[in-house]
Design a protein around this ligand. Structure first.
Ligand SMILES: [Ca+2]
Length: 378
């Protein structure tokens, strides 16, 4: 009993980002720094088509590889797979293993992938002493997919302890089924569920559409096209979503930590701040806090994180993101949801597919080609 309690305590307190930062949020942390930080990318490992990652127990970083393996990045580099679901997924279109997350206590681990039918699937494992317990695996949530693109797939625990799941509009192009604005489907939405509160999950009673017979009660926010990567600011709890555009506008969406949910981010009436194919701006449209076109900056936004690490003070409070087609690492200076500056950080991460936030707030850049780099001071 003593030993178990001790090991839990060690694992449970080592990740500073999740446990400490929120309790120390202050006005100072909400204020962005005025200048572009000087950063460098340090290659720390090479993976096979990494798509996602998460801070893990014991100060580790867990990396998901698209074909279905998960490996742990420790001091000795990337280890052998700790999980292999490669027989259960494919990598055609935009499919594969797309997201991983731990709950805040590192007692449960979640994977998000498309199964052999292309169905978006979120499964859960219990965790003991930093290891997955394979026999405890169960499916939490599934969503069939009409096409093999725009699966979304990112999963994160919010500061409220609930699991958020991003799903794209179902795919093809131009949202042919109108899923983005249809509250009767989970496609084109950000979901919020309590995976441990029921079987297979519970819906938090304060979700915005609870009690609305025309809406799925799992929905937290809607009007999303392909919210490939989203995150919560470890300092403030604010939500940031990188929503990939159709053909003209890439966007970053934002909501404050005290949001009650229900935001309509506009797709497919709007692409960024622009009506899409004759669309009419919804009265409740929440426009992006940042958008960029495709004249030189890329073609597919990759959402990242607000930097809350210690080693690059000038980057503190800035939202770091990139673009899969361009690779330049950029940052937004944010003040209460208003962008006060956009910085080119002067480094290129390649085919940037995802960012990972480690336990000390350090950020890693994942390139689909394989490179895992840490953002360090220059
Ligand atoms: Ca939008």
């Amino acid at each position: 009993m003593k030993v178990r309690r001790k090991s839990f305590a060690i694992i449970g307190t080592i990740c500073l980002v999740a446990s400490l930062a929120l309790t120390t949020a202050s006005a100072e942390q909400r204020t962005a720094q005025p200048q572009a930080a000087k950063v460098a990318l340090t290659n720390v490992a090479t993976a096979q088509n990494p798509t996602a990652g998460t801070a893990g127990p014991g100060g580790t970083v867990w990396i998901a590889e698209r074909a279905g393996t998960i490996r742990v990045l420790g001091d000795q580099g990337l280890g052998e797979p700790v999980l292999d679901i490669s027989a259960e997924t494919t990598t055609d279109g935009e499919r594969g293993l797309l997201g991983i997350a731990f709950d805040k206590q590192f007692t449960h681990f979640y994977i998000s992938f498309t199964n052999l039918d292309g169905t978006s699937t979120v499964d859960e494992f219990a965790v003991s002493r930093g290891k997955l317990l394979p026999d405890t695996r169960r499916t939490v949530l599934t969503q069939t997919q009409p096409y093999n693109n725009h699966n979304g797939g990112d999963i994160k625990f919010g500061p409220d302890g609930y699991l958020y799941i991003a799903l794209g509009d179902g795919g093809s192009g131009g949202d042919p089924h109108g899923n983005g604005q249809n509250l009767g489907t989970l496609l084109g939405k950000l979901l919020r569920i309590d995976p441990r509160g029921g079987t297979p999950y519970a819906i938090p009673s304060d979700n915005p559409f609870v009690g609305d017979p025309d809406a799925r009660s799992e929905i937290w926010a809607y009007g999303l096209r392909n919210p490939w990567r989203f995150s919560f600011d470890a300092g403030t709890g604010d939500l940031l979503i990188g929503d990939v555009g159709q053909s003209d506008w890439e966007e970053i969406d934002w909501a404050p930590a005290n949001s009650k949910g229900g935001e309509n981010y506009g797709w497919s009436q709007m692409e960024g701040t622009h009506p899409f194919r004759g669309g009419v701006e919804p009265a409740n449209h929440v426009p992006p806090v940042h958008e960029y076109d495709r004249t030189g900056l890329g073609c597919s936004v990759t959402g990242g994180y607000v930097y809350r690490g210690k080693t690059i003070p000038d980057l503190k409070g800035q939202y770091v993101f990139s673009d899969y087609c361009d690779g330049t690492v950029r940052s937004l200076q944010l003040e209460n949801g208003k962008v006060t500056g956009v910085n080119d950080l002067g480094v290129n991460g390649g085919e940037v597919i995802s960012f990972v936030q480690g336990c000390k707030g350090e950020l890693y850049v994942l390139a689909l080609g394989g490179s895992i780099s840490r953002i360090d001071p220059a």
